[in-house]
Design a protein around this ligand. Structure first.
Ligand code: BES
Ligand code: MN
Ligand code: ZN
Length: 505
């Protein structure tokens, strides 16, 4: 999507569709009054008969008139003023995007002028631009070209009402584009089918990403992993014909500073292994590398925004398959940390590869470590699809992450990591077992990881419920959501003194 910013009187602006947000229950702004007059009172009549009064989720599309330069005017309800937030604007933008796509319009303009809201221009612009772009994403790589299918929005013009806002709008639009590029990379990778995305494929994409964005990329192949002693990761990988990789991406935005480390679960397909999953919905387990995709997307956006921070991404990439050479229930693995693990269920593979990645992270003397993983079905049961679970060993880190989630609309919800839960992981014959029984499945998975995150600040995000959507909703189309990229970018921007504010300030 090509985005441009203009400072131009809204009524004289030529466009196939002019989009304008309308707050419910407020007297019409001067702009809305002018438009209404030019349209012979149609907006007022729509309000009188309760067709449209700016309610959340409602739109009014009217055709232009001789007094107006636009071909159509699309009014989008923003709801009541006290409910106005970045998230409500992103949702309104998504509704606008759907309407524009349905009408098969390839360009439109957005009037940011005269919004008269208490939200800063940057927040409003970013919310609109992100909402429009995120909602307009489709994964169509494997569909034959079809002229009957609506095309994505090609051009968006943002109309600012003064020189100073035009500058702010321009900056915010650039930022949003960088953010959406990261989200789209993540979505593309997650939507990609399992037959295409081997661990080697992910490594290849990381190498390419590094070359294009001035990142450093290091790949450990199986030989290197064996030499280093990644016993837990190799145990998971051994059932698959496709060899594992450990992918490392470095971004240097600051000089002498310890890196923040992001670890992403990269199971390119999780069949469960010998503890095979049931057939129903098994296809969705191509999304089991969504954590890895989030890490790649975050590194891309961080590099595009040139954030002043040092960031390292670590992605253990494997495939979990049953075979004559696969890991068996009952096997004991020696992890990179030296701790031994009794594998009682080969479907609890994510924590095994993350354990070794966490141990490896120690070598970078990290400032803090955040892992992102589609780790447990129990997380979907606990929180559904509206929040990721948040656990870790440092309250300050968890608090800052949660706040970043509120700001960007990717919500996190905490679960306790009391030491009592650790009892469930005691093994008779090894240091740990890899499952803790049915109670508190998301917590015991995190309690397992905690054994490998002893020496640094650590947070764990379980995105099993938020990485994938079976049905489109708001600005998240069906399939991969790219959850976590906006969260981590928001988190990192704020960490290095970014200007983002709370959604309601
Ligand atoms: N990748 C799955 C978790 C998952 C489930 C992600 C649903 C997304 C949607 C993970 O590897 C897994 O299989 N976990 C098991 C753990 C159990 C065997 C302790 C689970 O949750 O059933
Ligand atoms: Mn599994
Ligand atoms: Zn898995």
């Amino acid at each position: 999507m090509e985005i441009s910013v203009l400072q131009h009187p809204v009524a004289d602006h030529e466009t196939p569709c002019l989009i304008l947000g309308v707050v419910e229950g407020k007297p019409p702004t001067s702009l809305l009054q002018r438009l209404d007059e030019a349209l012979d009172g149609v907006i007022g009549r729509a309000a009188d008969c309760r067709e449209f009064r700016g309610e959340t989720g409602r739109t009014l599309l009217v055709h232009g008139s001789r007094g107006l330069a636009c071909e159509r005017l699309l009014l989008v309800g923003l709801g009541k003023e006290q409910e106005l937030s970045a998230e409500s604007l992103r949702r309104a933008a998504a509704l606008a995007a759907a309407t524009v796509r349905e009408r098969r319009l390839e360009s439109c303009s957005l009037a940011l002028a005269h919004l008269n809201s208490r939200l800063p221009v940057a927040v409003v612009t970013e919310a609109w631009v992100e909402g429009l772009q995120l909602a307009d994403y489709r994964f169509e790589r494997y569909l034959a070209a079809d002229p009957g299918r609506p095309a994505p929005l090609a051009r968006l013009t943002l109309l600012a009402d003064s020189d100073s806002t035009a500058t702010a709008v321009r900056q915010s639009a650039l930022r949003s584009q960088a953010v959406c590029q990261g989200v789209f990379l993540a979505r593309d990778l997650v939507n990609e089918p399992g037959n295409i995305k081997s661990p080697a494929f992910l490594a290849e994409r990381a190498t390419q990403l590094a070359a294009e964005n001035d990142l450093e990329c290091t790949i450990l192949d199986r030989g290197a992993l064996e030499r280093e002693g990644f016993g837990a990761l190799l145990g998971v990988a051994q059932g698959s014909l496709r060899e594992p990789r450990l992918i490392q991406l470095n971004y240097r935005g600051a000089t002498d500073e310890q890196p923040v480390i992001l670890i992403g679960k990269g199971v390119v397909f999780d069949s469960g292994g010998i503890s095979l999953k049931p057939g129903e919905n098994m296809d969705q387990m191509k999304m089991d590398m969504a954590g890895a995709a989030t890490v790649f997307g975050t590194l891309l956006t961080t590099a595009l925004l040139r954030l002043p921070v040092n960031l390292t991404g670590l992605v253990p990439a494997v495939e979990n398959m049953p075979s004559g050479n696969a890991l068996r229930p009952g096997d004991i693995l020696t992890s990179l940390s030296g701790k031994t693990i009794e594998v009682l269920n080969t479907d609890a593979e994510g924590r095994l590869i993350l354990a070794d990645a966490l141990s490896y992270a120690q070598r970078f003397a990290p400032r803090e470590v955040i892992d992102v993983a589609t780790l447990t079905g129990a997380c979907v049961i606990a929180l559904g699809h509206h929040a990721a679970a948040l656990l870790g060993n440092h309250q300050g880190l968890l608090r800052r992450l949660r706040l970043a989630g509120e700001v960007c609309g990717e919500r996190l919800w905490p679960l306790p990591l009391w030491k009592e839960y650790g009892q469930q992981l005691k093994s008779e014959i090894a240091d740990l077992k890899n499952i803790g029984g049915r109670p508190a499945g998301t917590i015991t998975a995190a309690a397992f990881l905690e054994h490998f995150a002893r020496d640094f600040r650590w947070a764990h995000l379980d995105i099993a419920g938020t990485a994938w959507q079976e049905k489109a909703a708001d600005y998240r189309p069906v399939g991969a959501t790219g959850f976590g990229v906006r969260l981590l970018v928001t988190y990192l921007s704020r960490l290095c003194g970014g200007t983002e504010k709370r959604p309601d300030s």
